[in-house]
Design a protein around this ligand. Structure first.
Ligand SMILES: [Zn+2]
Length: 317
């Protein structure tokens, strides 16, 4: 048991591990396969982390998200283990991280998380319908041990240590209606709603090229913002004038959520994507610029006495 005063501080600062109150499920189609897929979310015990139970073609595997298990070579992030994969997990992971859920079982049949409306809002709604269940134990986190940055061809991620999770994101799509957009988000379950509803986007010519490769079969104006040189093709228009940069922040939150515990820090991101996000995490871990915190940290950054540190779950990628 935790000493009473620690227990109180953990509760007051919302820094306790959290799961969901009850099992919930939904069904939809996979963005790339176009096939129907099923998702079940179940409560999990303290220190479980986010566990994916993937079933495809009669094979089942449990996948612990970790940077090495991510294939980010495509347009989405896919978790892979022993030939069994779960695609397009970043919006679900963003919703879990955004709402502060530490421990959960995620059952997926059909090889991909459902694309739903192309944003994280339906996942956030589903999780809120399940209800959040604080578990009393202090949250464990990964943190920056020092400033760390990665730049590639005009794209960059610069991270410095800090409490919470703050993202300053800029994008630049010259000669399109997107143009330059910038947004700063200090992530909490409340501010997460500013980006949760922002949809995936792509250019019509890219969608055609993806279809020719057998991808994006489930993609439509119902689950993506599609653009051509003149503007947005969706008849309903945009959900916010800066929906594009909001979606990039959503993807970044999801891509940073493939660690056993939540990552804390302050991030300045320029024109990044799934591939650079994943490379950043792999390098930062390898160079020990990102490491599990030996002690729980309160929202104000003050270190809390914590129970003995449990081993970090092994990467099963
Ligand atoms: Zn996305």
């Amino acid at each position: 048991m935790l000493p009473a005063q620690v227990d109180n501080e953990v509760r007051r600062n919302g820094m306790q591990q959290t799961t969901i109150r009850r099992r919930v499920q939904c069904a939809g189609i996979g963005l790339h396969s176009g096939e129907s897929v099923r998702l079940v979310l179940r409560p999990a015990a303290v220190d479980t982390g986010i566990l994916f139970h993937a079933k495809t073609a009669g094979r089942a595997r449990t996948i612990i998200p970790c940077p090495e298990a991510v294939d980010a070579s495509g347009l989405a992030s896919t978790l892979v283990r022993d030939g069994v994969s779960v695609g397009t997990v970043e919006h679900l992971l963003a919703a879990l991280r955004g709402l502060g859920i530490d421990n959960i079982h995620v059952d997926i049949e059909g090889g991909e998380a459902p694309i739903l409306d192309g944003s994280a809002a339906p996942f956030a709604d589903l999780l809120e319908e399940a209800g959040l269940w604080p578990q009393g134990a202090p949250r464990r986190v990964f943190r920056l041990t020092r400033p760390f940055s990665l730049a590639r061809g005009g794209k960059s991620i610069t991270a410095v240590p800090g409490p919470g999770f703050l993202v300053d994101y800029s994008i630049d799509f010259p000669r399109t209606c997107i143009g330059r957009q910038r947004l700063v988000l200090d992530l909490t379950p409340e501010t997460f709603r500013q980006v949760a509803g922002a949809r995936t986007f792509g250019f019509a010519r890219e969608v055609e090229a993806l279809r020719a490769r057998g991808l994006a079969r489930g993609g439509s104006l119902d689950n993506a913002v599609v653009l051509n040189d003149e503007g947005v093709l969706n008849p309903e228009g945009l959900r916010a004038p800066d929906e594009f940069v909001r979606h990039k922040i959503l993807d970044f939150i999801g891509d940073m959520a493939v660690l056993p515990f939540p990552l804390t820090g302050r991030f300045t991101v320029v024109c990044s994507g799934h591939s650079l996000n994943n490379e950043f995490l792999r390098l930062a871990l390898r160079e020990r610029a990102v490491a599990p915190s030996a002690q729980a940290v309160s929202a104000s950054g003050r270190r809390l006495p914590s129970p003995p540190l449990l081993p970090v779950p092994a990467c099963a990628g």
